[in-house]
Design a protein around this ligand. Structure first.
Ligand code: DX5
Ligand code: ZN
Length: 230
């Protein structure tokens, strides 16, 4: 049994998938070890990029029973929570920096029947999350500036993961998941896990190249980490 007790989950980001074959790519992600499907929604305002939205989620929902982990990089997401829930989101993650009323937004996610999660950019102090810790099932720490896949992992994230885990423990909320997103691959995964993250987003390192080989490598790293923890 791992000391922290939070199950490790792989959350491939479909931003790095081939959109021409999206349903096939999602099925292959599941076959190769995905626990969650990480779906990046960008509005061209909160982040300088536009990705996909509600109709895409509604369509792929018909082809996958994976947990849909929907990462909303959009301003004032409260306007669209019901739509994302209705389209098939399981987890809805909003950015603390993008919400006028974060607590109200998280409440709305739960009322819509979804798991609520909150994310912060690399430059935002995890202390801003303290007032809403008991309202979320997951915290998403960005390890790159949100907006694009394929960026380099920011090493300062490791301290932030530890600080977040300590803050959760101090509030008796160690059961909350800590997800990390951006620039993670088989090479830096162990340090991310060791710092205390348990939900791992991987776009480029999961979908690009040979997905079966990528999945094997990632699962081997997790297996070794779990064996060392025993
Ligand atoms: C960036 C997105 C990430 C991204 C991760 O704004 O939130 O989920 O797709 O991609 P990689 O793993 O390639 O950094
Ligand atoms: Zn993301």
């Amino acid at each position: 049994m791992r000391k922290s007790g939070n199950k490790i989950r792989i959350a491939p980001s479909i931003l790095a998938a081939d959109f021409g074959y999206l349903a096939d790519q999602i099925a292959a992600a599941k076959d190769n070890g995905a626990d969650y499907l990480h779906i990046d929604v960008m509005d061209g305002a909160f982040v300088p990029n536009i990705s996909m939205g509600i109709p895409v989620i509604r369509s792929i929902r018909n082809y996958s029973d994976l947990v849909f982990d929907v990462h909303l990089m959009i301003r004032e997401p409260i306007r669209y929570i019901d739509d994302f829930a209705d389209a098939g989101a399981d987890i809805i993650c909003v950015h603390a920096e993008a919400c006028g009323d974060l607590a109200e937004t998280l409440g709305k996610i739960r009322e819509a029947g979804c798991r609520a999660a909150v994310s912060i950019r690399p430059g935002t102090d995890s202390a801003v999350l303290e007032p809403v810790l008991d309202q979320v099932s997951m915290i998403l720490l960005m390890s790159v500036e949100p907006g694009f896949g394929g960026q380099k992992f920011l090493p300062g994230t490791l301290d932030k993961i530890r600080a977040t885990r300590n803050m959760l423990a101090a509030h008796g909320l160690s059961g909350v998941d800590v997800e990390v997103d951006g620039g993670i691959d088989a090479g830096n995964l162990t340090e991310v896990l060791r710092a205390g993250a348990n939900v791992i987003v991987m776009g480029t390192s999961f979908f690009r190249g040979d997905m079966a080989e990528n999945g094997r490598k990632i699962r081997a790293v997790i297996q070794e980490f779990e064996n060392n923890e025993e």
